[in-house]
Design a protein around this ligand. Structure first.
Ligand code: ATP
Length: 291
């Protein structure tokens, strides 16, 4: 499997935040979820990869070609859906499309018309009157109408209702059914990725925590439940996070065999992606994710 995107040694600095030596790759044919809590560095990474903000250092290769010096050729091959959706509010959907389409060599008007119909978008509607979900669908219609081989989306599901989110996931599955495609999708709503992601990359405090295939990732962690009497200094160290209450404890571990060998009366369950993400955040508490 070829890599559709390779990033190595990406560094970027704001006054109070830095991306530190980010390296990862996206294999072709995969939907890759880019996860992390608010402020972890997802948007900054995406903007740095796309050359929308200056990086200090790092090598970015799309389709085996360096981004530096080949930006136009590469951007022709990528569909981009950003959180803020850079549109002129006073234009209609068609007028805005007329501004954007000439930038792409492979623009396909028929694909655009088909997507407008599929998403029930009115080409005469003004951008300013679009709801958040409709605006995202419009951004997606634009991103998918120039034969893009890689779709990069920053938090496309945040603020969308469950129906629109599930429609988006169906569209992504359709898109991936053609050969040679890839999707890179940042989110802190991990339940969407439970359904469709093949690969997960987690970022925290500007650093990559892991890159792993979803099924392998879910297999390598366990959520352990038991009595707090089972917890002592020698067993606590096997957990990434532990929550205790009057009924007992719940902890997430990667050292499943060690835990099972030392704790006699506990239950081991498969965690969700959210459990794994939170366990890898300092403290592992839901409160810090939801804050
Ligand atoms: P969210 O899920 O909330 O969108 P994120 O993981 O996408 O978060 P970023 O938007 O990349 O996180 O922000 C990472 C950090 O960088 C934050 O602390 C943010 O305040 C800071 N940051 C982002 N943009 C700038 C900027 N233009 N100038 C200074 N600091 C910035």
């Amino acid at each position: 499997m070829d890599n559709i995107l390779e990033i190595s040694g990406l560094n970027k600095k704001y006054s109070d935040f830095a991306l530190k030596n980010i390296s990862f790759c996206l294999p072709e044919g995969c939907i890759t979820g880019f996860i992390g809590i608010n402020g972890a560095g997802k948007t900054t990474t995406i903007r740095s990869i796309l050359g929308l903000t200056n990086k200090i250092s790092g090598n970015i290769k799309f389709f085996g070609t360096d981004m530096d010096g080949n930006e136009n050729e590469i951007k022709d091959r990528i569909g981009i859906v950003l959180d803020e959706g850079c549109f002129y509010d006073e234009l209609t959907l068609t007028e805005m499309k007329n501004v954007i389409a000439p930038a792409y060599k492979n623009w396909c008007e028929q694909d655009f018309i088909d997507y407008l119909e599929r998403f029930s978008l009115n080409p005469k509607q003004k951008i300013s009157t679009l709801s958040k979900g409709t605006r995202m669908k419009y951004a997606l219609a634009l991103a998918l109408s120039h034969k893009a081989e890689l779709l990069i989306m920053d938090e496309p599901t945040s603020g969308l209702d469950p129906l629109v989110r599930s429609q988006l996931l169906d569209i992504l599955k359709d898109y991936m059914s053609k050969d040679g495609k890839g999707v890179f999708f940042s989110t802190h709503i991990t339940s969407d990725l439970d359904k469709i992601a093949d690969m997960l990359i987690m970022i925290h405090n500007g650093q990559i925590v892991f890159q792993e295939e979803k099924d392998q990732l879910l297999d390598s962690y366990r959520m352990i439940k038991g009595s707090t009497e089972e917890l002592d200094e020698s067993t606590r160290k096997y957990f990434l996070s532990i929550e205790e209450n009057s009924f007992g404890f719940t902890g997430v571990t990667k050292q499943v065999s060690e835990v099972m060998a030392r704790m006699q009366d506990v239950l081991a369950e498969r965690p969700t992606l959210e459990d794994i993400m939170l366990a890898n955040v300092e403290g592992g508490k839901k409160a810090c994710y939801l804050a």
